[in-house]
Design a protein around this ligand. Structure first.
Ligand SMILES: [Zn+2]
Length: 423
């Protein structure tokens, strides 16, 4: 396309509504327009809005309206119109667009969810994602030996569609399950003809070298596979009965009395007290503690903002912060550093104290913020109940992490039950 004033070619990478090559051309063009009394050039319109194909035109109009209603930015709307041209071009009016094409065909700036939203609104979208997972299941199981392929395929299809007693699982869960179970299935297929020949010792041997969430996922996947195979009569006995999701995660065990004593000894200095109090009361991470600013602390109302969430300030933290802020005011009365924790190095600037500042102080007592933090979350899981949702709400941890704590707490509580004399 060329400049509408001087005719020289416009740069390839440019705003789509640009018609002049440089500012002077635009200024000159409007000068001559006014001088000759000519009307303004028509406003740039996305080609989809004036497309010859009525389907593209009506869809583009609908997208524009949807964009205005939902406050899309002009560039988002324009990219969605691009996407409409790409997926609707050459399609008949009643032909639906597969979701897999919406995901793959338009250029990378097109918002897929928005484009899918417009098409769904016009009933022009066909959700073939399930189909995509289904064909993926066929592909991954086709590599397995027949005696393993059939039960595995049936298992995955039940996970995908659900059945009378099981709800459908998300594609991502199915991917994780297949990723965890496949090495076992491929290994067993080299020794056996059918899944029913797999014994418990095979499973235990296979799980042996695995640790943490890899082991937990593999155990869950195998338990689900064998449970369904047994339910469907594909195997005679279920070798995973009573198999636990994974050994106790040692890093998540409660702090020993010795560790707690050491930390209390340490909490002599005001800065250390603040660090420990934050970790011990709100399970704050080192980064959150370092970046805590004065205006996030509301001592008067005993409130604190952590990771963007307003929380109650516990007694330990309240006392530690009061002590520290007094010390800070007396030691560095003129500092303008906004952070609660400051050091000789940072008082003259605005940066937070370094990671090293925290680690050095904690390591003196052979402890770490992370250790205290994990102890705090586990303590909560043990006392308030191993409920992942509660843990993730209170401490702002991901659901997976909360689930890990809950699993360990369940283990510890059930061990306690087993050991309790009155049983
Ligand atoms: Zn020009």
């Amino acid at each position: 396309m060329n400049c509408q004033h001087c005719g020289s070619p416009l740069p390839t990478k440019r705003r789509r509504d640009r018609i002049y090559c440089r500012r002077s051309c635009s200024a000159l063009a409007s000068y001559y327009r006014r001088k000759n009394g000519q009307p303004l050039p028509p406003r740039w319109q996305h080609p989809a809005l004036t497309a010859s194909d009525p389907l593209v035109r009506s869809a583009a109009l609908h997208a524009q309206q949807l964009g205005q209603t939902h406050g899309w930015s002009p560039s988002t709307t324009n990219c969605v119109l691009d996407g409409l041209i790409t997926v609707l071009d050459g399609r008949s009016a009643d032909e639906r667009v597969p979701l897999s094409e919406v995901r793959t065909r338009p250029h990378r700036w097109v918002s897929r969810p928005r484009l899918a939203e417009v098409l769904a609104d016009l009933e022009l979208l066909e959700d073939d994602s399930i189909m995509a997972v289904r064909s993926w299941i066929d592909r991954v199981t086709s590599d397995l030996a027949p005696g393993f392929a059939d039960p595995t395929r049936r298992w995955l299809l039940v996970l995908l569609d659900g059945d009378a007693r099981a709800r459908p699982r998300s594609p991502s869960t199915i991917y994780v399950y297949v990723g965890s179970a496949r090495p076992f299935l491929e290994d067993w297929a080299t020794r056996y003809d059918h899944l029913r020949e797999v014994t418990r010792s095979d499973i235990v041997a296979g799980l042996g070298p695995l640790r943490g969430s890899v082991r937990a996922n593999a155990t869950k996947a195998l338990r689900s596979l064998f449970r369904l195979a047994k339910k469907r009569g594909l195997i005679f006995t279920n070798p995973t009965i009573g198999l636990k999701a994974g050994p106790v995660d040692f890093v998540l065990l409660p702090m020993s009395d010795m560790e707690i004593d050491a930390v209390e000894q340490l909490a002599a200095a005001p800065a250390e007290r603040v660090i420990i109090a934050r970790a011990a009361e709100n399970a704050a991470r080192t980064g959150t503690i370092r970046h805590l600013t004065l205006d996030e602390v509301d001592l008067a109302n005993r409130r604190i903002i952590l990771g963007g969430r307003r929380q109650r300030l516990g007694d330990l933290s309240y006392r530690a912060l009061r002590l520290w802020l007094d010390h800070r005011r007396v030691t560095w009365p003129h500092t303008s550093n906004p952070h609660v924790l400051v050091s000789e190095k940072t008082v003259h600037g605005a940066s937070p104290v370094s990671q090293r500042f925290v680690v050095l102080r904690m390591s003196r007592a052979g402890c770490s913020v992370d250790r205290i933090r994990k102890d705090r979350i586990l303590h909560e899981a043990l006392t308030a109940g191993p409920d992942p949702l509660h843990l993730s709400l209170v401490f702002g941890v991901s659901h997976n992490t909360a689930a890990r704590y809950a699993t360990v707490a369940e283990h510890l509580l059930s061990d306690e039950l087993e050991q309790s004399p009155e049983q």
